[in-house]
Design a binder for this molecule. Structure first.
Ligand code: GUN
Length: 283
């Protein structure tokens, strides 16, 4: 039987409508949530992502400002901008688009962001809070995946969730959030032996590898929920996920399409983090 293709558009628009209402409520109390996005250099794909983030903010009724800096910006200048944004009363969330040019340390930049304004959940304080289950921002892509799973009524507790990929942005925090939902979690990565044996045990399979169409039907247990975090540009110019969608369609019970599901849900979680940061600042 063919898998149900998860309707990302519907989930995202429902969520964003709810956020928009909460933004209006906060604004009626005199606080408009604000996000500052900083981008360094000319990477066209990154500029598209940044535009989408700013547009989503404005559509939700939030204040947004975008700082576009040239490729040769000194690290110190970027850090001074972050320090100014840390002090700005209009800005509740700060996001520095990754990747940064090679001469800039991502680590020093992330650590310059005030933890209360770190809407990516990249700052070590927030990563630590995530580990121990303390309240704070949740990493956007993994949080979006959890919301998608809840929306389709997946019962995560006690299920075997397998995450493919161990990046700091997705794989590691994804495993942590699934653990919080009481899944039994396995993380696979490039050095994993017999990966297929492990992925075939997954009730929930999350692919975050960055390799187009790598996950085939033989990696998937019949009836598994397959969440595709990958966005890869093919030679044809088309976008493809890490999962070979057509191949897996008849094996999975649910599958996310790429593009149009995890990507927009990630931005939705960015809006949620910005709203929550503004609510905390408003007291
Ligand atoms: N580049 C690609 N994805 C992300 C993200 O979620 N946050 C930031 N800051 N940069 C990114």
């Amino acid at each position: 039987m063919s898998a149900q293709v998860i309707n990302g558009k519907e989930i995202v628009s429902e969520y964003r409508a709810q956020i928009k209402e909460q933004v209006a409520t906060l604004q009626s109390k005199g606080v408009q949530p604000g996000l500052a996005v900083v981008i360094v250099g000319d990477d066209p794909a990154s500029h598209v992502y940044v535009r989408n983030k700013a547009k989503a903010c404005e559509e939700a009724g939030m204040y947004s400002e975008v700082h576009k800096l040239p490729e040769n910006t000194p690290e110190q200048e970027l850090i001074e901008l972050i320090e100014k944004l840390n002090q700005s009363a209009k800005v509740h969330g700060i996001l520095v688009q990754s990747p940064l040019p090679k001469h800039i340390s991502e680590e020093r930049v992330v650590e310059a962001i005030a933890p209360g304004k770190d809407v990516d959940c990249f700052h070590p304080v927030n990563v630590g809070n995530l580990m121990i289950g303390k309240e704070g921002p949740l990493p956007c892509t993994p949080a979006g995946v959890i919301e998608i799973l809840k929306k389709i009524g997946a019962d995560i507790a006690g299920k075997h969730a397998v995450v493919i990929g161990r990046s700091n942005i997705v794989g590691k925090p994804m495993a942590m959030l699934l653990l919080r939902e009481h899944a039994t979690v396995t993380v696979c990565h490039s050095r994993t032996k017999n990966m297929e044996e492990i992925t075939r045990q997954a009730d929930i399979l999350v692919a975050a590898v960055g390799k187009a169409k790598m996950i085939k039907s033989h990696h998937v247990k019949p009836g598994a929920i397959v969440i595709d975090v990958g966005i890869n540009r093919l030679d044809t110019g088309k976008l493809a996920g890490d999962v070979d969608f057509d191949d897996v369609l008849d094996t999975a019970s649910y599958i996310t399409p790429v593009p149009g599901c995890v990507g927009p849900m990630t931005i939705t979680m960015l809006l949620r983090n910005t709203l929550e940061a503004a609510e905390r600042a408003a007291g």
